[in-house]
Design a protein. Structure first.
Length: 554
């Protein structure tokens, strides 16, 4: 049954603005999980085709030569190389932007936040690498030591979302941060160990272009139209230098600015004025004012957020699945005994090495007080998450192509190890967490409100329902000065609707706007908005132990 829709009122424009901000935030994790599902389906499809009567067509298709010409420059690549060297550069741009965002303003912006996943990631890279090397310490097999060291963030979060009720939210953040550090480590490994012979002249050209790229990123206003051709020039220079060209994507991602053109306070002041003007207009004349509000929010949004918003879905649903189809097509009948040790090394590295490395490093870091235990987590939860870290699909396949580019038999053996090891890590990890005692949770009512059709806003904001703690009760919003003191703004307070009960037992509330003279009462649930990291800090310091967005609207 759909929740009752509150009558249209003067507060409707405010609700439009509110849920236009909520929607992109809610989409993010759904995109991560759905991207993992798309990756699984693509890998399964590649294996089926590669072992069917269409295998010759599969091979011929990905060896089709593509040619691109622009003036004196000409690029000629097989489709398989185009996917791995050109399209995957966009994947590495996204990886670089995610790393920079988290280090600048996200979950890794302080040492306390970053210490535990950093230590866990190091353990999860060193132990699998040692296990593989102990079984394959002679050339050419030993060059694949880095294959089992990476964690696939989309695949892992997609699997973890299937048992999300058994795992505290802090471990979702922990696994995401761990995978980001894994990506960073894999990028360093690729740059140091899997590049060709460096050509000093072209490497110098690449460094000059990279310096100019970072200078362009600092210019105000930021010009994306200039950023793109400079990034393409950097890709060409890196490719000519002997390094793998996807390293250029990482540099482009790390150069993307993390600050908007305006501060949060400036944007919120203009938004408040625009909302007040919107209330004075007739109901059929709101489009211009809504567009004005959207421009204010866009001016606040950092370019890195806007670029991630635009690239995340194409990467998750097109580039990475296409990469999986092109690289996961293992001919099972071509596997032979010569590559068995490589298969066992990769499988053991992912399934056993990742589990032991991540869990062991996390255990030592917590016991030695290097970093605190994730909130509401128990050691069985951490052990299950460590198993999930063994899902090393996309980056492991990528490293396999670099390590065994001249040894197709070993590449096939490594891919079998990746597929089996990732499968075991996913299934055993999910089953382990499924039968693990869930974390303690304080029960709270779900809050659901109706959504109206709104223009799409950006991801700079985060909106959360906040159950005000006792220290705020009795004080007015003007006295609290939340925007100045904490960087968050109260957009409204939830009240029971006329028809609060429904057939499914859920309770619904409507959102009422509040003014500066509103005094917080005992039990008030308010809606706050602000930059993502500021909202998180505010809730960590002043919120209830369990806080969540309103339940997704139909």
């Amino acid at each position: 049954m759909k929740p009752p829709v509150a009558p249209r009122s003067r507060r409707a424009p405010l609700r439009r603005v509110l849920f236009a901000v909520v929607a992109p935030v809610q989409r993010f994790l759904r995109t991560e999980s759905a991207g993992g599902v798309a990756l699984i389906v693509s890998a399964a499809l590649a294996i089926i085709i590669a072992n069917s009567r269409f295998s010759s067509l599969y091979e011929a298709f990905f060896h089709t030569v593509l040619r691109f010409a622009a003036g004196p420059f000409e690029l000629s690549l097989p489709l398989h190389a185009f996917i791995n060297d050109v399209l995957m550069t966009v994947f590495f741009i996204v990886a670089g932007m995610e790393i920079k965002r988290e280090l600048a303003t996200g979950e890794l912006s302080t040492f306390r936040q970053a210490a535990l996943p950093l230590v866990a990631a190091l353990g999860g890279m060193i132990v699998p690498g040692l296990i593989f090397f102990s079984l394959n310490h002679t050339p050419p097999a030993k060059t694949g030591w880095a294959i089992p060291t990476a964690t696939d963030i989309a695949f892992a979060l997609g699997c973890l979302s299937l048992v999300k009720r058994r795992v505290p939210w802090s471990l979702f953040v922990f696994l995401t941060a761990l995978a980001i550090f894994d990506d960073l480590g894999a990028i360093v490994i690729i740059a140091l160990f899997y590049g060709g012979t460096a050509r000093i002249a072209w490497l110098g050209v690449a460094l000059v272009i990279a310096a100019f790229l970072f200078a362009t990123a600092r210019a105000r206003p930021f010009r994306l139209a200039l950023f793109i051709p400079v990034g393409i020039a950097l890709w060409i220079a890196v490719a000519k230098s002997g390094l793998h060209p996807t390293i250029a994507g990482v540099v482009v991602g790390l150069a993307m600015p993390t600050r908007g053109a305006r501060t949060l306070d400036e944007a919120l002041e203009d938004i408040e004025v625009a909302v007040e003007s919107l209330r004075q207009l007739p109901k059929d004349r709101t489009d211009g004012s809504l567009a004005s509000i959207e421009r204010h929010i866009e001016s606040l949004q950092p370019p890195v957020e806007r670029a991630l918003h635009g690239l995340h879905a194409p990467v998750a649903f097109f580039i990475v699945p296409l990469f999986a189809i092109a690289n996961a097509g293992v001919h099972i009948d071509t596997a032979d005994a010569s590559g068995m040790r490589v298969t066992i090394g990769v499988l053991a590295g992912l399934f056993a090495g990742k589990t032991l490395g991540i869990f062991g490093a996390t255990f030592l870091a917590v016991k030695l007080r290097v970093a605190p235990m994730p909130s509401h987590a128990r050691w069985p939860h951490v052990f299950g998450i460590a198993m999930m870290g063994g899902i090393g699909f996309t980056m492991s396949l990528f490293v396999t192509g670099l390590a065994y580019r001249d040894a197709p038999t070993l590449a096939t053996a490594a891919k079998i190890g990746i597929l089996v090891g990732s499968f075991f890590s996913a299934v055993v990890g999910m089953l382990f967490l499924r039968f693990t005692q869930p974390p303690p949770q304080k029960q709270r009512e779900d809050i659901t409100v109706s959504r109206v059709d709104v223009p799409r806003f950006m991801d700079a904001f985060r909106v959360e329902a906040w159950l005000a703690t006792s220290s705020f009760v009795g004080k007015t919003l003007a006295e609290l000065r939340l925007p100045q003191a904490h960087g968050v703004t109260v957009l409204g307070v939830f009240h029971e609707s006329d028809d609060a009960s429904t057939s499914d037992g859920a309770r619904y509330r409507k959102l009422d706007a509040v003014r500066a003279d509103y005094a917080i009462a005992e039990g008030d649930t308010l809606l706050v908005v602000g930059e993502r990291d500021r909202v998180q800090r505010f809730l960590d310091q002043h919120g209830e132990p369990e806080h969540a967005l309103p339940k997704e609207m139909p």
